[in-house]
Design a protein around this ligand. Structure first.
Ligand code: ADP
Ligand code: MG
Length: 290
């Protein structure tokens, strides 16, 4: 690391390269394979996908593929998709105020590409063929309508970051947790997940109730109650587990605000308080509340 020398001479101020800026930004949002899965699945949902396929090799450390049947990206725009602060989702400050998409910062793909070996293959409904972009540029490719993004060797350039990854099995479970959140928030979308080529999650299009029951552990379906409540400016709905289906971990506690998964201590505490008379000690209720 360069430092001020003993004589107090400071190195010149220099602008960072775009690539290094993206690598630094990646440090904030791309923590592990599951963060890549989150960003790619959100992009697929934003693209209007009806069906999303996720392939994970070695827990996503070696390879992540997310393929969708959404609107696709035109050949001319492929380079922009990988550019930092380039987005199709907002143009003005007022768009930002009313944003409905998951993404809008235009940073995810640039960040992921800066710390992995990334390839996009995409085809719009109007295009007569698919096009691919990778480190070497744009080239013709085979592909159906939609977008397929492949991310290989995450953090291969930054061994220090790579060292913080856990075992493939642990990284896989983080990836699957991200897919479950997306699946709960988007019940009408079909999800197919594979680990090292084997199917690990298959979710057909459903309504919200059906989707909750297929994503939550089996005992939840038998021991849960529907929640429906309205207050000024607020509509609450979902399912919450009976005390008999409580567990020791908090991993099946889901809150979504306007379709976006959130974790919030205050809300978590509010639910815990509501259960105070029927659940004791460390017992954790399961719930999915929208
Ligand atoms: P953001 O989602 O914040 O706009 P991203 O870096 O995630 O930024 O993506 C950049 C742009 O690439 C998006 O705005 C979108 O236009 C396009 N894009 C990314 N993924 C897809 C996809 N699966 N299908 C269609 N377009 C996509
Ligand atoms: Mg995005």
């Amino acid at each position: 690391m360069s430092q001020i020398s003993s004589g107090g001479v400071r190195p010149h101020i220099q602008e960072l390269s775009d690539r290094l800026i993206s690598q630094i930004a990646a440090g904030e949002v791309i923590e592990r394979p599951a963060s890549v899965v989150k960003e790619l699945v959100e992009n697929a949902v934003d693209a209007g996908a009806r069906s999303i396929e996720i392939r994970l090799d070695e827990g996503g450390i070696k390879r992540i593929v997310v393929a969708d049947d959404g609107c696709g990206i035109e050949k001319e725009e492929l380079p922009l998709a990988l550019k930092r602060h380039a987005t199709s989702k907002i143009r003005t400050l007022s768009d930002l105020e009313s944003v409905r998409s998951f993404g809008f910062r235009g940073e995810a793909l640039a960040s992921i590409a800066s710390v992995s070996d990334l390839t996009i293959v995409s085809r719009t409904p109007q295009a007569s063929s698919a096009w691919a972009i990778d480190r070497d540029g744009v080239s013709p490719a085979a592909g159906t309508q939609g977008t397929r993004i492949e991310v290989k060797d995450l953090f291969y350039l930054t061994p220090a970051r790579r060292k913080f990854l856990k075992s493939p099995a642990t990284e896989l479970s983080h990836c699957l947790a991200q897919i479950e959140r997306a699946a709960l928030a988007n019940p009408h979308v079909e999800f197919h997940a594979y680990s090292n080529g084997k199917p690990v999650m298959t979710l057909l299009p459903a309504d919200a109730d059906e989707r909750i029951r297929s994503v939550m552990p089996r005992e939840f379906a038998q021991a849960s109650r529907r929640v429906l409540a309205d207050a000024p400016g607020l509509h609450l709905e979902g399912w919450t587990g009976l005390p008999t289906s409580a567990r020791s971990r908090t991993d099946k506690q889901y809150f979504f605000v306007n379709g976006r998964f959130i974790r919030d201590r205050v809300l978590q505490h509010a639910v815990k308080t509501a259960y105070a008379d029927v659940l004791h000690g460390q017992a954790q209720p399961m719930y999915a509340l929208m």
